[in-house]
Design a protein around this ligand. Structure first.
Ligand SMILES: [Mg+2]
Length: 385
């Protein structure tokens, strides 16, 4: 079997279409991610991607924010030396080795694991979703994320995305409470009843009372999900008992233990699952299988990944029956190959050679071996720093 021969990291910054902000982002710009490139003893190349952010963490300091540079250092100095010579197809062993080298740091481990899955799939001639147990869906309904912006701009963006086929919109909230309601009201008036509207407060509301008040006003315009308006489990549980809409955890749900705890506390109807936060595909699948057993649903979220991380999230979505909610998966595409102008577009270019297939508001899960994408190494060089 293929063994890991080299591990290289690349810090890559893509040009963005617009600023993308949320309540806790504090001006942290999107678009700088870390890529991991693994070469094996038999000449196979596997790619991983991760999206660490300084202002991204969990409730009560349970999880830390991080940076691309810190994550790179961790991989280069602590993880990579222990991975050399390891087989790429034994993911359980890979995690045990990484977990014994460094505690926590899911975003670093996710990138290394992703590259191993990509290489293992290529070595075996099967897509990653086959390695994860097999696909239950080929297409994933895309939700377009509207960052925090002025009401008019937010409504204009939502209408443009729907014109390009999007059937679900997520509105980032909790910086201006009047806008939180006004944008939902405006989009509902413009788009009618058929478009799914949901909100994501990113822990931004100061207290339960404010979150309940704003959520109840938004409910009049038919929102489907209220995502992480507050940080704490008890806050979410109290809010959930006082509103009608389903409550989703994101920042407070990283591991399967978190999902179990939140479920036990009666704090959630849904949670947001993705590869980086969970610490890799295998751990994300564990949470997704647990959700299925508990009767919970999840979406596949993320942090506006480039094409590599986006492909990994699509393979994750493919194998989980519980991942049945519209998912914020970008329509990443190399310059000149994009099929939309606004819908799912956060960057003006990408480091993969082809656009993801998008039709009827859905992204198609790649079916080629590994992650099913090809990385343009000239682009990686061009955008590296
Ligand atoms: Mg979120």
């Amino acid at each position: 079997m293929s063994k890991i021969e080299t591990i290289n990291t690349h810090k890559v910054t893509l040009p963005t279409r617009r600023k993308h902000e949320w309540a806790s982002s504090v001006g942290d710009p999107i678009g700088t991610h870390l890529l991991v490139e693994i070469r094996t003893s038999d000449g196979i190349v596997g790619w991983g991607e991760t999206t660490p952010m300084a202002t991204w963490g969990g409730v009560g300091g349970r999880y830390d924010g991080s940076t691309v540079d810190a994550t790179r250092n961790l991989i280069d100095d602590y993880l990579a030396p222990r991975m050399l010579g390891e087989p790429v197809d034994n993911i359980v062993r890979l995690h045990r080795t990484m977990d014994s080298a460094v505690k926590g740091n899911t975003y670093a481990k996710a990138a290394v694991e992703m590259a191993c899955y990509d290489a293992a799939g290529k070595a075996l001639g099967v897509p990653v979703h086959t390695l994860l147990g097999g696909a239950v869906r080929q297409n994933v309904r895309a939700c377009h994320s509207i960052g925090i912006m002025a009401q008019d701009a937010a409504i204009e963006e939502g209408v443009a995305a729907v014109r390009e086929g999007i059937t679900s919109l997520k509105i980032k909230t909790a910086r201006n409470y009047a806008d939180d309601v006004g944008i939902v009201r405006g989009l509902r008036a413009e788009l009618g009843e058929d478009v799914d509207l949901r909100v994501d407060g990113n822990e931004g509301y100061p207290d339960v009372a404010t979150a309940v008040r704003v959520t109840r006003e938004q409910e009049e315009f038919g929102i489907s999900i209220c995502e992480q308006p507050l940080a704490s489990d008890t806050g979410l549980a109290e809010l959930r008992s006082r509103v009608n809409v389903g409550v989703m955890a994101d920042e407070s749900a990283w591991s399967v233990s978190d999902v179990a705890r939140l479920n036990h506390a009666g704090a959630i109807d849904y949670f947001s699952l993705y590869v980086t936060k969970a610490g890799g595909l295998m751990k994300a699948v564990t949470s997704g299988r647990f959700a299925e057993a508990m009767g919970l649903s999840c979406d596949i979220g993320g942090s506006v990944e480039f094409g590599i991380g986006n492909a990994a999230n699509l393979h994750l979505a493919a194998v989980l029956p519980a991942a049945n909610l519209p998912s914020v998966l970008p329509l990443t595409a190399p310059e000149g190959a994009a099929t939309t102008k606004v819908a799912g577009r956060y960057y003006m270019d990408d480091i993969v050679t082809q656009a993801f297939r998008y039709a009827d508001g859905c992204l198609t899960v790649p079916s080629e071996p590994g992650l099913g994408i090809e990385v343009d190494t000239d682009k990686v060089r061009k955008y590296s720093s």
